[in-house]
Ligand binder design. Sequence first.
Ligand SMILES: [Zn+2]
Length: 173
Amino acid sequence: MPNLVVENPCDNPPVWPAAPVPVKNPLAAMELATGKKKDRFGCTRNSGTKFHAGLDIKAVKGTECFAVADAKVEEVGFGTDVGKYVSISYNVDGQTIGVAYCHLNEALVKKGDPVVAGQVIGKTGITGNPDPNEPHLHIEYQTQIWVAYASAVDRSKVAMNPNALVPVGVAGV
Ligand SMILES: [Zn+2]
């Protein structure tokens, strides 16, 4: 395993590209999670010094998660922080988009499955590192097939910003 040296992206934050507008929202109710941590994407934690690679959307355990576009299931896995996850990929104007649904309780698809926009691909949970009192879907977009923390890739370099999925002014902002 190569050693992964990750510079803190919040020392000199890049402008991350915006995630594409979904064909179907990932959850039926799109409300920002209200956590002790800040829950939007970006340098939103520890007074702006710590990067959060995804967007946290409030969801009680067992909430259905929908594919945001016609896509392919790339991986169903588990990570210490992200918990159980499903990652999918699709293409927008020649750009690969990877999306991961994290902290799931249940995955309802398997690697290699084709999925259509709106298909239920899993159910939310509190696996990984969330506070059990603040259940949410952590959704992450990347400019490639999604990779987790444990790989030799700095996620901040391939991140896309999904903040617009939950507009400003919605509860929790
Ligand atoms: Zn999160």
